[in-house]
Structure formats: C-alpha cells, structure tokens
Design a protein around this ligand. Structure first.
Ligand code: OAD
Length: 236
C-alpha cells in the first residue's frame, strides 16, 4: 500500500481500468461473482445483437430492470477517490467497462466508456443516439421518431468497441507509467488487454480486487480488498 501511494504521487501519467467491482459497493450487481448476473441469466439471450433481433422486448425488459437498479445506486467512496485522483494528477485517464455512469456522477471528468452507457438509446434505423433516463421506459421496445426501434447504447458480445474511445484508451495505456486495474475479472477482451499494453510499454501495473483475477500474476502489486475501502486509503 505504501509503495503504491508513492507511485501514485510520482506518476506523470496514470491510466485506470475499472470494472463492475467498483460499483458493487453501490449495490450494482457484478457479472461473474457468486451472485453475478451471468450466473442467473444467459448472456447469449440478453446481451448479443442476435438476442435483440430475436426478442427485443425480452432484452429491453432486462435492461429496464437494470436501469431501475442503477438509478437507485449512488457513487461509493471508491468512485469519489478516483475523481479526486484525477483532479490531483498531472495526466489521468479513467477507462471503464461499466455502463452505469457512476464515475461521472462522482465527478470524474474524463471517462472513456468502452462498453457504452445504459442511459443512451440508439436507433437501429437512423443510428441517432439520445439520452433517456426514464424509468420504466414508457414503451418497450422504445421507438425513435423516425419509426425505427431503439436499442440500448451498450456494447454487446460480438460487437466492436467504439473505435475512437478504444483508440484513446490504448494510447492512454501505452503512455501511462502507472496503470490501475480495479474491480474487473479482466477476462473480457479487448478491455482486459489494456493492462498488458501498459505493462509492455513500461508502466507499473497495480490491481485492486477482492479476489485474484486472470491477470493477477502479471502485475506489480496486488491490493486485496474492496475498492470502496482501499481507494480512499490510497488517495487520502
Ligand atoms: P465481472 O463481474 O466479470 O468482475 C467483477 C470483478 O470485481 C471480479 O473480479 C470481482 O472479484 C471484483 N469485485 C467484486 N466486488 C468488488 C469490490 N467491492 N471491490 C473490488 N473488486 C470487487 O465484471 P467486469 O470485469 O466489469 O460486458 O466484466 C467485464 C464485462 O463483462 C462487462 O463490462 C460486461 C460483462 O459481460 C458486456 O456486457 C459487454
């Protein structure tokens, strides 16, 4: 912990990758823990373009339910600590796989959302995007003014990440001298590959997680515990 505090203080460029674990203490379910979403639901039925084409109503009901859970969630001390770290750092890029928007609510300014936002809706026909925070959505599946069907503005399995956001994330990882991997099982690529990009470019890689992840043996320091407790201690 002591060494990591010094690395944080001395780093000239920090990149952070967060996953569902940072929002766990806010009450947002993770995907792969014992109570994880993918233990109760099949990703193939709910989070793929094929699933949406087959049954948009079912997919939307599931997203509407997740939106209602997330709407009740507040940022936790881990989110706030990361916003504070950004305000203090020389260069800081927060890359997240989360779609909940809690980093932004906590005050993080520059957030690269690799997997989109659960609050954004995108039209399958005209491709326009809009934010819609209504809960529940008045119509399922929701419709665009053009008549097309709106889909959740998230990245599903089998889809490419938004190109510019991925490019910026890759650059931030490559140019970082300290890379933090927080609350992610680090098994979904390409996001998980950012830690190796940072490592092979010479960055120190620190992981914060309640349990070891797929990448734990490649990192410089593993801090075991909830990010809502460890991050405020690190960024006091
Ligand atoms: P996962 O659910 O796979 O992993 C959550 C990680 O957080 C696990 O490694 C837990 O040990 C850890 N964790 C849980 N509580 C924690 C806490 N309080 N503090 C610190 N760590 C904690 O979530 P992600 O890695 O984010 O993608 O999943 C990656 C992607 O897979 C998601 O973005 C989503 C999912 O399918 C799509 O939907 C495309």
């Amino acid at each position: 912990m002591h060494a990591v505090r010094e690395w944080l203080r001395d780093a000239s460029s920090i990149a952070v990758l967060t996953g569902a674990g940072v929002s766990a203490e806010s009450g947002v379910p993770t995907f792969r823990g014992s109570n994880g979403l993918w233990k109760q639901y099949r990703a193939e039925d709910l989070a793929t373009p094929g699933a949406f084409a087959r049954d948009p109503k079912l997919v939307w009901e599931w997203y509407d339910w997740r939106r209602s859970l997330i709407a009740q969630a507040k940022p936790n001390p881990g989110h706030y600590a990361l916003a504070k770290a950004e305000a203090r750092a020389r260069k800081f890029t927060l890359i997240t796989q989360n779609v909940d928007g809690l980093h932004e609510l906590a005050g993080s300014r520059k957030v690269l959302r690799l997997h989109g936002s659960i609050w954004m809706l995108r039209c399958l026909d005209c491709q326009s995007e809009r934010e819609d925070r209504r809960i529940p959505l008045p119509e399922i599946p929701p419709r665009c003014e053009c008549g097309g069907t709106l889909r959740p503005g998230v990245v599903w399995f089998g889809e490419a990440l938004p190109a510019k956001i991925w490019q910026d994330a890759e650059i931030a990882a490559r140019h970082s001298d300290l890379f933090l991997l927080i609350g992610t099982s680090a098994i979904v690529y390409p996001a998980a590959g950012l830690a190796s990009i940072a490592k092979s470019s010479g960055a120190r890689v620190v992981e914060i997680n309640i349990a070891e992840s797929g990448l734990s043996d490649t990192i410089d320091e593993f801090l075991q515990g909830p990010s809502g407790e460890l991050l405020p201690q690190l960024i006091a």
